[in-house]
Structures are given as structure tokens and as C-alpha cells.
Design a protein around this ligand. Structure first.
Ligand SMILES: C[S@@+](CC[C@H](N)C(=O)[O-])C[C@H]1O[C@@H](n2cnc3c(N)ncnc32)[C@H](O)[C@@H]1O
Length: 295
């Protein structure tokens, strides 16, 4: 008999509180004692989901092609990466680019990158813009952190003009990654890490919940969901070979008794050693791209 899928308990996310605390302190240092994570959101890292970001930029650029001087916003724009890609996808087409984020400290970097764009500090559940204002709205990796996902989607639809395009990209955190390894101990630690991260999210099932909500939304049409996946050959290939974030999460799991120190040490040793080079920590990641137009 196959085991039923494990249910990760949804919490008022550790990460959600951490974003609010960082924003209130005027900082981009998102620290969270509940998860054990401390991370500066102005850091750069090698993002294997760049092809998805480029795909979304191309989708938005194509949706506003026939509009004179369109107005486009990225909600939770952080340091402006996705708006930069949109500017590139638009080429020499004039457009008004806007970004909004809870953390003012990240917007300072975005303004340096894109001086012609406009960046405003704000909350997705109370966007500081009038109704029917934008020709496109996009957001990436936000809804997992917003307890009131429906309110956030309603707000993004509120500021969108009729026939405007909205694109949302999110992970389904409980199922966001699978490790392909023949080492059962590594598999166990990898699952513990994934479950721990999912538990820290206000909406671990943001992708499927957002899709269902939008499908039933009276103001949404042409709703579409498309997958995006990528392989990570070894954990250090994304956030850095020193595995800073993994070490923080592992320390937390060990302190809580969810993992033994020996298991955590084994994972770090394998992830930084030959085992990783030999492909024994190959991970497959999934994300969803949800797009629709406002009626
Ligand atoms: C994981 S980062 C994603 C950043 C960027 N969209 C990306 O895909 O790389 C989450 C971002 O959401 C922002 N954020 C969190 N809660 C928010 C809220 N309620 N309203 C607006 N932004 C929020 C954070 O400040 C942070 O910049």
C-alpha cells in the first residue's frame, strides 16, 4: 500500500513575520529565529529559474505590444531583476515601469539599476495605486509569504485595466523539489529541509491555491497554468558553495531534534564533496506560471 502524502502544517509563516520585521527596521536583512534563516535580500545568486523570468518578461512585453506607452508593475519587485528583464524584452518601446515592495531597502538597489522606473514601498494587500491603473501586473515568489492570498490577488486585479495581463509565478513549496539520490540518508535530510522551508511559508501551496482562486474569479478570463522545472546539480549551485542557508536550516532542525547532528554533518559533507560532483545530490525543482487577463 502506498503511504498517503504527508501534510505540512500551515503556519503564520516564520518568513512572513521576518519580512515585516525587516521592512519595519528599514533593512533588507530577513532574519527569522523560527526557521533559523538570516539572509540579505540584496545579495546576488545564480538563479536557475532565469529562463522562467525571461519567459514571463516576453509574455508581458507581447501582451502590451499594441498599447501606446503601457504601464506595467512588478509587485514584490525586490531589487528590480524582473523589471530589468521586462525593460529588455520591451526593447525601444516606451513604457512606464513600476515596482512595489514591502522592503524599502531593496528598492534603493532597484532605483540604481533602473533610474527611469518608479519604485514605491507598499503592501500587496493594500496596493498604493488607484483602480484600473496598469496594463500588466506581475509577481514572483510573493504569495507563499502572504497569509491572505485571496486579498493579494484581488488587489492585483483591482489595479489592472480591463483586458490587462497578470502573471504570477510561485512554487508549490511542499512539492517544490525532489532529490534524486541513491543515498537514503541524503534523501531523508533533503525532505526534512524541504518540509522545514514549507512550514515557514504562510501559503506552502500558493501555486495551486492561487490557480484555483483565479479560475473561479469573476474578473479573470483566459486563465492558464504552465509548469517550469529545472535541475540543480548540487545544492551549492544556487545560493553559494558555502551552503550558508542550508547550514542555518540544518542547525535549526538539529536544535529541534528533527535531525541528528550526524545526519546534518553527512549532508554537508556529501553536498560539498565528491558525492555532489558525482551527481548524488541532483535536485529537480518545480514552479508554476499562472497567467490570465482581466475581463
Ligand atoms: C522571495 S522574495 C521575491 C522577490 C522577487 N519577486 C523575485 O522573484 O526574486 C519576496 C519579496 O516579497 C516582498 N514582500 C513580502 N511580503 C510582501 C507584501 N505583503 N507586500 C509586498 N511585498 C512583499 C519581500 O520584501 C521580498 O522582496
Amino acid at each position: 500500500m502506498t503511504e498517503p502524502p504527508k501534510k505540512v502544517q500551515q503556519t503564520e509563516g516564520g518568513f512572513t513575520a521576518a519580512y515585516r520585521n525587516a521592512a519595519a527596521a528599514g533593512s533588507a536583512q530577513v532574519s527569522d529565529s523560527k526557521s533559523g534563516l538570516s539572509i540579505d535580500h540584496r545579495m546576488t545568486f545564480r538563479d536557475p529559474s532565469m529562463p522562467l523570468r525571461e519567459r514571463i518578461a516576453a509574455r508581458i512585453a507581447s501582451s502590451v505590444q499594441g498599447i501606446d506607452n503601457p504601464s506595467c508593475i512588478d509587485v514584490a519587485c525586490s531589487t528590480g531583476t524582473d523589471l530589468g528583464l521586462l525593460a529588455r524584452a520591451l526593447g525601444d518601446k516606451p513604457a512606464q515601469l513600476h515596482g512595489v515592495d514591502l522592503m524599502e531597502a531593496t528598492l534603493q538597489v532597484a532605483r540604481e539599476k533602473l533610474p527611469a522606473a518608479s519604485f514605491v514601498q507598499g503592501d500587496v494587500v493594500a496596493l498604493p495605486y488607484p483602480d484600473v491603473h496598469f496594463d500588466s501586473v506581475q509577481t514572483s515568489r510573493l504569495l507563499v509569504h502572504v497569509p491572505d492570498l485571496k486579498k493579494a490577488i484581488d488587489e492585483m486585479i483591482r489595479v489592472l485595466k480591463p483586458r490587462g495581463t497578470c502573471v504570477i509565478s510561485e512554487g508549490e513549496m511542499e512539492k517544490a523539489s525532489v532529490m534524486l539520490s541513491n543515498d537514503d540518508r541524503l534523501l531523508r535530510v533533503s525532505e526534512a529541509l524541504r518540509d522545514h522551508v514549507a512550514k515557514m511559508c504562510a501559503n506552502p501551496r500558493a501555486a495551486s491555491e492561487a490557480y484555483r482562486y483565479i479560475l473561479s474569479h469573476a474578473d479573470a478570463q483566459d486563465v492558464c497554468i504552465e509548469p517550469f522545472s529545472f535541475f540543480l546539480k548540487k545544492p551549492g549551485d544556487m545560493m553559494g558553495p558555502e551552503l550558508t542557508h542550508e547550514r542555518q536550516f540544518l542547525a535549526k532542525l538539529v536544535s529541534e531534534g528533527a535531525l541528528s547532528q550526524a545526519d546534518a554533518d553527512h549532508y554537508i559533507a556529501q553536498a560539498t564533496g565528491r558525492s555532489a560532483e558525482e551527481g548524488n545530490l541532483l535536485q529537480l525543482f518545480f514552479m508554476a506560471e499562472i497567467s490570465f487577463r482581466k475581463k
